[in-house]
Each structure stands twice: as structure tokens, then as C-alpha cells.
Design a protein around this ligand. Structure first.
Ligand code: ADP
Length: 688
């Protein structure tokens, strides 16, 4: 993601010029630019930059007599000597500020006048040559004639031609998206064409030249595009603010506050456990990843991460509800810079004919401006493969696997092209294994042949048998705004991102997630799986374990109160374990008395209350055994998001809370059968 630079000529101008550096840093900007520095001394500016740890992104060479209406002198015949002196003056400021690019204004003159044209070329060649000696780029910016009537360089094509003709390596285009939209429009295609020669980008809303929010241009989309194109320079925020500080800036704030907060990959998961699995897969494949619980509040501050997985519960809700929730999540992710959004579905394509994969995929494609979406539930690691559009689970076609008897969504058809067609408004295509084996270029060509306009296709099922197929698909998908798939496609996307060199951490950095949090530690168990029961027996040898009485737990609050007071007496001396877990006979007895769902739910409520009380009493390191038990506890604790850390056991990473009301906590949320016999001590050894 680019670094955003506050334009101090236009922003924070309730302050004196030098104080605007402090204000920009205070607002979270890492860089600044302005039209002209020349009323302050180079030393004073250098001091403000250093004091605030700010980078100087850009400023203009002197513009001639601004008060008299001059807007640069480069294209004015007879001013060459003055221009030479201006270059030296600007270089003094460049030396003090460390700036790597300067903008040369052309002036008010007719672009078709030969004298003006040759004066301009002479000035440009001279200035670029002199700046090259200092390792500085010279920028030329086309400016629209509405804001600056009569300005010489009022056309992007003319700037591009001049830069090509001069052939100077440090002569570059200053791409102001605001001016581009007013002069020519067609911003995205122009970015794709011109970013290779651009040395700087600037932004503002069109037409009012205010904050980039909600007018003619879709800036979240453009930021994604700039990112996809691999631009790593500055983006100057040269708008005139409506309010006085960034607090009035709504969605733009997270972008502006820190360039590094923008994310590369977004995902919307259709259920929580799927989200955890994907988040863990992304982390293991080199992305710093956050998993949110629902769509977070706009004010949630994210740490520096590459990917965010928004967990929703939309797998089995009516399609219209799923579409509404998924598109809101998509907006949230795009607003944080996500260039690509993966709709995470189950690797068994869990859905009905009225189901959600088709409608959500189409809605996400539409929200991102159309285009064909790659769809694949393949995840070879867990035996899910797709061949000629047919999904295999282990060695069996989907419709012959146990999934044919799934209680909510029985799967009777292995042909996913047919399954997805029944869920979709538009046609569904297939990219078969032969094409995928031929590499990303072949897949791209195949996708192009499916464009909606020519073939009426929005989604294509993609085959994949080996991880390398998913890596190919990931690489292609990254160039599109949306894909749909399981954790396997997440693996492909993560590896493609790491290969592209766009991951600033250069691979997995989970160390940040396990920084010590201190506080007390506890283990709460609600899983009745064999593995958990054995883990509890082992734990009993080294820590106090309280076995709850399930019948008393259902009878009233006394058992909960007794458990909390039991824990209170012991917990300051070391970790304690509280378990509802019981052997199958006890579980069946309770279930026959109260019903399977009711008893399970009541015990989840009880264990979640106990967990919340423990946290209230200072527990900050928490291990929870049981998938549903964990979900209920996390909901009660109202934890908005987690940073994914290293795995304690396969499939069980350490989680660090983000935005938690009680401060940072470390959690291990373990599904029943996961982990070795000493899982609890192993988990607490990592969580300090
Ligand atoms: P797992 O990951 O092993 O499936 P879960 O937490 O998802 O574990 O599910 C276990 C379920 O069993 C929960 O609904 C929990 O409340 C319930 N449960 C826990 N202890 C008992 C018990 N003693 N009797 C009956 N049900 C129980």
C-alpha cells in the first residue's frame, strides 16, 4: 500500500505552516508535502520533519510571481536564467528535507505556441539534469483548465509524449487523479497505462476537491487498483478539508492514519470455524492475519497486517440476508484497502439449490465493478479436489460421500458447474485442469473468453488437484477483485502474494501475536471428545481441576457461583481448569433428561458465564476446549477480533485479542479432538 502524504498547503491550515507538520503527525500521517516551502527556512522545516518522524514526499520548485498570477515559469520564454536560480534554491530545501522528487510548474502559456513549447522543453531538460546529479526526480503534472485557466500542461497525453521524447530516467509524471478525472476521465485505465512512468500520485474528491469520500470517484476501488499495479510511492492527499482534523474523515481515516494499516487480502467467511481455518492457513503461508468476529465497528484499530478475515454466520441463512451481510463486509474490507476479497465457503460446497454461494459471488462481483469470479472449493490437504468441475471428498464424488446425508445441506450432485448454475442468475463456466496445468497465462486467457459481455458468465468453477494448481489460481485471482473458495484457495492467494514481494514482513511474522500479556491463566473445557477427556486427566496431575456437576449446572446459578469461588481461592497461585466435560454415559443421561440441544446450549451458557467471570477477575490467558464452547465464550466476552499467532498443535493457533475491552488477551480455542495429550500445558507454555 502506498504511503499517504498530507498536503500541508491544503490541509491543517488552521495552524501556522510549521505547526501543520505536528498536526499531520498527530493525525497519523507518515509523510507530508506542500506546494512551496520557501517562506520558512530549510533548517526549520528539517527540524519539524525530524521531530515528527515525517518523510518529505514532494514540493514544487519556485513558481515565479504567484501573487501576480504566475503559475510557474518553465514554459515562459526569456525566463531561463531565473529558472536556473530557482532550481538551486529548491535544491537547498531538498538537501535539508531529504525529498526525492520535485514538481516543476509549467506556467500560463499556450501549449501549441512553439516558443513556449521549446522554452518548456529546455527548462525541463535542464532541471531534470541538475536534479539527477542529486538523485532527485523531476515531476511534470497535467493540471485541469477549470482550476487553472490557461495552464500550459493541461493534457496527460502531452506529458506522456514529452517524457518519452526526453528519455531522461529521472523525468516522471505526477498523476493527480483529481485533475485526470476532470480533464479526461478513464482513471483506472490511465493508471494502468501511466503508473510505470509516474513518480507521484495525488488525490481529492471530484468535483468539490474535498476529502476523497463519496463523490464522483470510487477511491477504495482506485486504491485497490494502485496496489494491484504494484505502486509503492506516495499518494498526496491534496484536498481541502471540510472539517479541521482527520476525525471528520469517515472511511478515509484508516487509510490516512497509517499506510501500513491498509490490507492486501480481505476475506468474508460464511461461518466462524471456516474463518478460523482460513485465518490459520493464511498465517501459515506467510500473511499476518486478523480474524474479526462479525463486521467490526468502523473505529476498530487494526495492527499492521496483510490479511483480514471477517467471520460471518451466513452459510445457511436466506440468500438475501447473506448478500446484505457479505456486501457490507466487502465494503468494510475495501475501505481498508483490500485489493482482493475471497468469499470463504466450505470445502464441501455446503449449500442448497436456493443457497448462498451463487448469489453472494454475483453480488460481490457486481460490487467490484463486474468481472468473472474464480470459484473452487478444492483443498487437497483435506482431500477436497475438483476435476472437470466435479468435487471429490477423499476419493469419493461429493454425492456419494457422507455429505449426501448432511443434516442442513445434503449434497446430491458432485458437478459444481450444475450446482452453482442452479444458485446463479448468470451462466457458470469451467476452467479445467488442462488449462490450469498450462499456467497463469492460459487461465487468464480462458477467463477473458468468459467475459460477461460475450458469454454472460459471472462465475467459473476451477479444477484443482494439487497445491500447485491452487498457487496458479491464486496468482490469477489476485489480479481480479473477487474469488470464491475454501482455505485451499486462501493458500494459493497467500503464496501468490508472498511470491509477488508485496508482503512487507517478507513472510510469516507471528511473533507479534505472542508478546506476553501477563495476568492470570485458566482453562475452561466443554468438549466431551475423547481427546479432551484424556487431556483433562493429564492436566489433573499438574494443576487444580474442577469437574462441574452438569445437572446442578442446569438447575440454577449456584454451581456457577461455587465454581467461581473455587477458582478465586486458587488462581493467583497458577492456572486452574474448570470442566463441564463428561464421559459419554453422563452426557447421554443429561441429554435424555433435557434434550440434546437444550442441554448443550445451557452448558455452553454456563461455561461462557464462568469464562467471563474469570476474565473479570484478571484472567488474560485462556484455553477453551470445544468448538461450540469457544464460540459461546468469545461471543460473551464480545471480543471484536484476533491476530493469529503460531500453532500450538495442528489447526490450533494462539490468538491475540484486538480491541478487547479488558485489554490484550491470549487465547487458544481448541476443537474437541485437536491437540496432543499435554495440549493444555503446551498451550500455556506459549501464552505468557
Ligand atoms: P467439540 O469441539 O468437542 O465438538 P463443543 O464445545 O463444540 O465440543 O461441543 C460440546 C457440547 O457438549 C457443547 O454444547 C457443551 O455445552 C456440551 N456439554 C459439555 N459438557 C456436557 C455434559 N456434561 N453433558 C452434556 N453436554 C455437555
Amino acid at each position: 500500500m502506498p504511503v499517504f502524504a498530507a498536503n500541508l498547503t491544503m490541509m491543517f491550515n488552521e495552524w501556522a505552516f510549521l505547526d501543520r507538520f505536528d498536526a499531520a503527525a498527530e493525525a497519523g500521517f507518515a509523510a507530508v508535502e506542500y506546494l512551496f516551502p520557501y517562506e520558512a527556512t530549510p533548517e526549520a522545516i528539517a527540524e519539524r520533519l525530524a521531530r515528527n518522524n515525517l518523510q518529505q514526499a514532494l514540493f514544487n520548485l519556485p513558481p515565479g510571481d504567484w501573487a501576480a498570477g504566475e503559475r510557474g515559469i518553465a514554459a515562459l520564454p526569456g525566463r531561463f536564467d531565473a529558472l536556473k536560480a530557482d532550481v538551486e534554491r529548491a535544491l537547498d530545501y531538498a538537501a535539508a528535507t531529504g525529498v526525492r522528487r520535485l514538481h516543476l510548474m509549467a506556467g500560463i502559456a499556450d501549449r501549441h505556441d512553439e516558443d513556449a513549447s521549446s522554452a518548456y522543453r529546455r527548462s525541463v531538460t535542464y532541471a531534470a539534469g541538475r536534479l539527477a546529479e542529486k538523485g532527485i526526480d523531476l515531476l511534470l503534472e497535467p493540471i485541469n483548465g477549470r482550476n487553472m485557466p490557461g495552464y500550459f500542461l493541461n493534457d496527460f497525453g502531452a506529458a506522456e509524449r514529452l517524457i518519452a521524447e526526453c528519455g531522461l530516467p529521472n523525468l516522471k509524471l505526477q498523476f493527480d487523479i483529481y485533475h485526470r478525472q476532470i480533464i479526461h476521465g478513464d482513471v483506472t485505465i490511465a493508471l494502468r497505462h501511466l503508473l510505470p512512468i509516474a513518480g507521484h500520485i495525488q488525490i481529492a474528491s471530484v468535483p468539490s476537491r474535498n476529502e476523497p469520500d463519496g463523490e464522483e470517484l470510487n477511491y477504495p476501488y482506485l486504491f485497490g487498483e494502485i496496489d494491484r499495479l504494484g505502486y509503492d510511492g506516495f499518494v498526496g492527499c491534496e484536498y481541502i478539508p471540510r472539517g479541521h482534523t482527520l476525525d471528520g474523515l469517515g472511511w478515509f481515516k484508516p487509510f490516512a492514519r497509517s499506510s501500513t494499516m491498509a490490507i492486501l487480502l480481505g476475506s468474508i467467511a460464511d461461518d466462524y470455524t471456516g474463518a478460523s481455518d482460513l485465518a490459520n492457513t493464511l498465517t501459515k503461508n506467510g500473511l499476518r492475519t486478523v480474524q474479526t468476529v462479525g463486521i467490526p465497528d468502523p473505529s476498530l484499530a487494526l495492527p499492521d497486517v496483510d490479511a483480514v478475515v471477517v467471520s460471518l454466520k451466513i452459510r445457511s441463512v436466506p440468500a438475501s440476508e447473506a448478500v446484505t451481510a457479505a456486501t457490507s463486509a466487502e465494503r468494510w474490507l475495501r475501505q481498508r484497502g483490500a485489493g482482493h476479497v475471497l468469499y470463504k465457503i466450505c470445502s464441501t460446497f455446503d449449500s442448497t439449490d436456493a443457497g448462498n454461494i451463487g448469489p453472494v459471488t454475483e453480488a460481490l462481483s457486481e460490487a467490484a465493478g463486474g468481472g468473472v469470479v474464480l470459484v473452487t472449493p478444492a483443498f487437497p490437504e483435506t482431500g477436497r479436489t475438483v476435476y472437470f468441475g466435479h468435487l471429490f471428498v477423499g476419493g469419493q464424488p461429493l454425492n456419494e460421500s457422507p455429505l449426501k446425508d448432511h443434516p442442513l445441506n445434503p449434497m446430491h450432485d458432485a458437478n459444481l458447474v450444475r450446482v452453482l448454475t442452479r444458485q446463479s442468475r448468470n451462466a457458470v463456466g469451467l476452467v479445467d485442469l488442462t488449462t490450469i496445468a498450462a499456467g497463469p497465462g492460459a487461465v487468464k486467457m480462458r477467463l477473458d473468453s468468459f467475459s460477461f459481455r460475450t458469454a454472460g458468465v459471472t462465475a467459473v468453477i476451477a479444477d484443482a488437484i494439487f497445491e500447485r494448481d491452487l498457487e496458479t489460481l491464486g496468482e490469477v485471482a489476485l489480479e481480479t477483485p473477487v474469488s470464491t473458495g475454501a482455505s485451499g484457495l486462501g493458500l494459493g492467494l497467500a503464496r501468490a502474494l508472498v511470491r509477488s514481494g508485496r508482503i512487507s514482513s517478507g513472510g510469516a511474522t507471528t511473533a507479534n501475536a505472542i508478546r506476553p500479556v501477563g495476568g492470570l491463566s485458566a482453562i475452561v473445557a466443554g468438549s466431551c471428545s475423547k481427546a479432551t477427556l484424556h487431556q483433562l486427566d493429564i492436566a489433573e496431575r499438574s494443576m487444580p481441576v474442577l469437574r462441574l456437576d452438569p445437572e446442578r449446572l442446569l438447575a440454577g446459578p449456584d454451581e456457577i457461583a461455587a465454581a467461581i469461588s473455587w477458582a478465586g481461592e486458587r488462581i493467583s497461585a497458577g492456572p486452574v481448569v474448570i470442566a463441564a466435560s463428561a464421559a459419554p454415559e453422563t452426557v447421554s443421561r443429561l441429554q435424555s433428561l433435557y434434550g440434546r440441544e437444550a442441554s448443550g446450549h445451557a452448558i455452553e451458557t454456563a461455561t461462557s458465564i464462568i469464562t467471563a467471570e474469570l476474565v473479570e477477575r484478571g484472567v488474560r490467558r485462556l484455553v477453551i476446549a470445544g468448538g461450540e464452547t469457544s464460540g459461546a465464550a468469545v461471543d460473551r466476552l464480545a471480543i471484536p477480533a484476533f491476530l493469529i499467532g503460531p500453532e500450538i498443535a495442528p489447526g490450533v493457533p494462539v490468538l491475540r485479542t484486538i480491541g478487547n475491552a479488558q485489554g490484550d488477551m491470549l487465547l487458544a480455542l481448541k476443537s474437541g479432538n485437536f491437540g496432543g495429550e499435554d495440549f493444555f500445558t503446551a498451550a500455556l507454555a506459549v501464552m505468557r
